[in-house]
Design a protein around this ligand. Structure first.
Ligand code: KG4
Ligand code: ZN
Length: 350
């Protein structure tokens, strides 16, 4: 089974060919970071235009690299939400066109499902597992019971973890994207110098909050005067420590629930761009070990936005016959667990 995957929901234009033996036959990712850097964040109109300019060329290149033609495809999977709607429309329309021209099934993929199932492309992970999804737009704890079967235990009531990294990096003049920049700066820093808050730590439930932490960093920056290198390093290290602490605290609570509901579960999976963070991985690995679980983290290129995870979600869905019609509408918002309680104060991002 060979699936073409398309990802255009944020600032990466990506195409990939993946088969049902978990092999990525070819994969192309074009980052738009350089286009957005001058603005200190993603500009949706610029993103949509860049996707439109590059997507067909990327698909052509990916097919060529794999030595495959459209006739060899068994289906076409495109991210259909949640995300920046202009980009999502570009991906969905292109995917539908390829599917229609070749008379192949179309698979409308929830971007979050792509992240959620990515660990099953890189590792041999069985359902159920507990998933910590941490990226620029999302921060959630979910029990993954099967394809299309997700129970959300917690989500952010304000910013996503990656967003907190990006905003803090901006405050510290470290540039965009902020996660890798903070991690680099933190290497020479003292994580105990600034006592930044651990929002919601020790509180009931599994929700997240990062807005207070960001405010604390802003106040510390204002009080500090000049941003000397050692100060920036200490702030980056203290901030990173605070984020890792709160993510670990919330994940610990979710692990309690997961163990009660699914004693047969064997893995804690971390996915999304922030899963690239080494300190976070260390904290989660020891946390998981305490529950007798393995920490599974997909390789970095599968953690940040990519089309292989979308193609793989397509493989998983097509195997179950879960195809979509060509009338499927792109969805700017699309929760993985529609039954989850609404979160007061949650931002616009899913
Ligand atoms: O999954 P992703 O590529 O895009 C979204 O779907 O949001 O995640 C991007 C996010 C950015 O906020 C970036 O700052 C963060 O992941 N990130 C990191 C690291 N690498 C990327 N955060 C912390 N540490 C890192 N090493
Ligand atoms: Zn993502």
């Amino acid at each position: 089974m060979l699936i073409l995957g398309i990802e255009t929901s944020c600032d990466e234009t990506a195409a990939a060919l993946v088969d049902d033996t978990r092999t990525i036959r070819a994969e192309t990712v074009l980052s738009q970071t350089a286009l957005h850097t001058p603005f200190g964040g993603i500009v949706p109109e610029i993103a949509a235009r860049a996707h439109l300019e590059h997507l067909d060329g990327l698909i052509e290149r990916t097919m060529k690299e794999a030595g495959a033609g459209f006739a060899d495809l068994d289906g076409v999977a495109a991210t259909a939400g949640p995300g920046l709607i202009g980009g999502v429309i570009v991906g969905v329309m292109t995917g539908k066109a390829v599917a229609l021209a070749g008379n192949k099934p179309f698979l409308a993929i929830n971007h979050l499902e792509g992240h959620a199932l990515s660990a099953r492309l890189s590792h041999d992970v069985a359902f159920p597992y507990l998933l910590l999804l941490v990226s620029g737009g999302h921060c959630q704890l979910l029990i993954v019971e099967g394809v299309g079967r997700y129970k959300r235990l917690g989500t952010t009531i304000d910013d996503a973890a990656g967003e907190a990294f990006d905003k803090t990096a901006k405050l510290l003049d470290l540039g965009y994207p902020g996660g890798p920049a903070i991690e680099r700066a933190a290497k020479g820093g003292d994580p105990a110098r600034f006592a930044f808050p651990r929002p919601l730590k020790g509180r009931p439930g599994c929700d997240f909050s990062f807005a207070g932490l960001k405010t604390a960093v802003r106040q510390a920056v204002e009080n500090a005067g000049a941003l000397l290198p050692q100060l920036v390093a200490d702030m980056a290290a203290s901030f990173q420590q605070a984020v890792a602490d709160s993510l670990a605290d919330r994940t610990g609570r979710a692990l309690e629930i997961f163990r009660d509901r699914h004693p047969e579960g064997k893995a804690l999976v971390v996915a999304g761009g922030v899963a690239a963070n080494t300190l976070l991985r260390q904290r989660l690995a020891s946390l998981a070990a305490g529950y007798g679980l393995e920490l599974v983290a997909p390789p970095l290129r599968l953690c940040t936005d990519n089309a292989a995870m979308i193609a793989w979600a397509g493989v998983e869905r097509l195997r179950l016959g879960l195809t979509d019609g060509l009338d499927f509408s792109p969805r700017p918002r699309w929760p993985l667990d529609p039954g989850a309680p609404k979160v007061i104060g949650a931002g616009v991002k899913a």
